[in-house]
Write a protein that binds this ligand. Structure first.
Ligand SMILES: Nc1nc2c(ncn2[C@@H]2O[C@H](COP(=O)(O)OP(=O)(O)OP(=O)(O)O)[C@@H](O)[C@H]2O)c(=O)[nH]1
Ligand SMILES: [Mg+2]
Length: 446
């Protein structure tokens, strides 16, 4: 694949595309403490396509648990082998994470490269990283992922140098041992720390300015909205993880109506943990934001599923102060923006999701009016201000909290006799409504 610079300059540096078969095993949700769940082959195919492969086949299986040696059962494995030969596949990609041994066994049996979802995503990140910071972050994530898998990597690279999944750390690391890898990891961490502290010094002066960050599932249209609102020239493309670096621009309507807007890396279902860890510096912009603008692709097959995936990544970003196992989302005001509304029946969609997400916007980022609506809503939030308050609510009124739950605005909740104590993120209007109409009582000191 050519780089984006090549692409923008009109060069073509394409090498023959790998021919990939995508494979997924649906497991019960609870398998291995929540690591199971249904697979998503259309999304995996989109990832493979973004990585530069041509998808030539799909295989899906439902099992109570994976086969320990080969993940797939023997019947499906035989079917896969046949498909590999028949369609001249050069690569098999699994939606599930494989253990090093499973990967090795599958490679031996199928005689093609095997990648799992994590490796594929890491590969796309490696290909899209264009700044020093994002390159270091990707390398760090790759090394951490590869460290326990070194033996498999050896055989993997002996067979095919330069294919998908072999980009990145490259041959030099191959010749090193674990100790050297460990040292490289430490060096990368230090360099990233330095970049981060420089960024902090540079942005310290921006501290009093209101900051909004565009977040959301990959390909939802964050960069499109960024460009519409700020006239920035951020890279927009119909592919996954087009954006890896945070871009911040000032929006200045007048003295009072001004804020900083940041566009950042997209999230995805099962975003590899190592990536979230290494991208903490980039994602610091999200943590620093006063307002999260959550962009959702209204034309996605299941927007609610994407919202849930984004919330899950946000929980990983939340400060670790809380008790173990705590799953609080990042405690920030959030503006929900359903984008690409031009691709769906807008009225029907807004009716349905407007009820679930009060205060949400329904826009099209490719229409200038869409950008203006989001900009004005950010300004409204900035000037209107949300607050965090604790209320005591009769149990019989618990239902009124459902809309707060849906927008991740219930920050804490506990029960006391016939009452519920809820710490909510809400506007003055919502608070007044709870107090005057729902029999809620404001708890002092909150
Ligand atoms: N029809 C339509 N297409 C849109 C809209 N907004 C964005 N797109 C298209 O959707 C694709 C993805 O847009 P991006 O702005 O790159 O999405 P992103 O959220 O920044 O994606 P990543 O950076 O890859 O995570 C592009 O092809 C856009 O042209 C919209 O409102 N309507
Ligand atoms: Mg983007």
């Amino acid at each position: 694949m050519g780089t984006r610079q090549d692409e923008q300059a009109g060069f073509s540096t394409e090498r023959p595309r790998e021919r990939a078969i995508v494979v997924g095993v649906n497991l019960p949700d609870a398998w291995l403490g929540g690591k199971g769940g249904a697979c998503d082959l259309p999304e995996l195919a989109a990832l493979a396509d973004t990585a530069g492969a041509e998808v030539v086949g799909r295989i899906e299986q439902t099992r109570p648990k994976p086969e320990s040696a080969t993940f797939l059962g023997s019947g499906k494995l035989a079917e896969l082998k046949e498909m590999v030969v028949e369609r001249e596949a050069t690569l098999v990609v699994f939606d599930n994470d494989l253990s090093p041994a499973q990967g090795r066994n599958l490679e031996k049996h199928l005689e093609v490269n095997i990648l799992d979802r994590t490796e594929l995503i890491l590969d796309i990140f490696a290909k899209h990283a264009s700044t020093r910071q994002s390159r270091l972050q990707v390398e760090l994530a790759q090394l951490q992922y590869l460290l326990p898998r070194l033996t498999r990597l050896w055989s993997h690279l002996e067979r095919q140098a330069g294919g998908i999944g072999t980009r990145g750390p490259g041959e030099t690391q191959l010749e090193t041992d674990r100790r050297l890898l460990g040292r490289r990891i430490a060096v990368l961490r230090n360099e990233l720390k330095e970049i981060e502290s420089n960024r902090r010094t540079q942005t310290a002066s921006r501290d009093e300015v209101f900051k909004a960050a565009l977040i959301g599932y990959t390909n939802a249209g964050k960069s499109t909205l960024m460009n519409a609102i700020t006239q920035a020239d951020v890279y927009v493309k119909d592919q996954l993880f087009a954006t890896l670096d945070a871009t911040t621009r000032r929006v200045d309507v007048d003295e009072r109506r001004r804020f900083l807007l940041t566009d950042t890396v997209g999230f995805i279902r099962k975003l590899p943990h190592h990536l979230v860890e290494s991208f903490k510096a980039t994602l610091q912009e999200v943590r620093d934001a006063d307002l999260l603008v959550h962009v959702i692709d209204a034309s996605a097959e299941d927007p609610a599923h994407q919202i849930a995936s984004v919330d899950k990544v946000l929980r990983e970003l939340a400060p670790k102060k809380a008790k173990a196992g705590n799953v609080e989302p990042l405690q920030k005001p959030m503006l929900m923006v359903f984008n690409k509304i031009d691709l769906v029946d807008g009225e029907l969609f807004a009716n349905r999701y407007g009820r679930m997400y009060p205060g949400a916007l329904f826009v099209s980022g490719v229409d200038p009016a869409g950008g203006a609506a989001v900009r004005d809503a950010i300004l409204d939030r900035r000037l209107g201000g949300e607050m965090i308050r604790t209320v005591r609510l009769p149990l019989a009124k618990l239902g009124v909290l459902s809309s707060f739950h849906r927008t991740q605005s219930v920050l804490e909740q506990s029960f006391e006799g016939d009452f519920c104590l809820a710490t909510l993120r809400l506007s003055e209007i919502e608070l007044n409504r709870l107090l005057s109409r729902e029999g809620a009582e404001l708890i002092a000191d909150s």
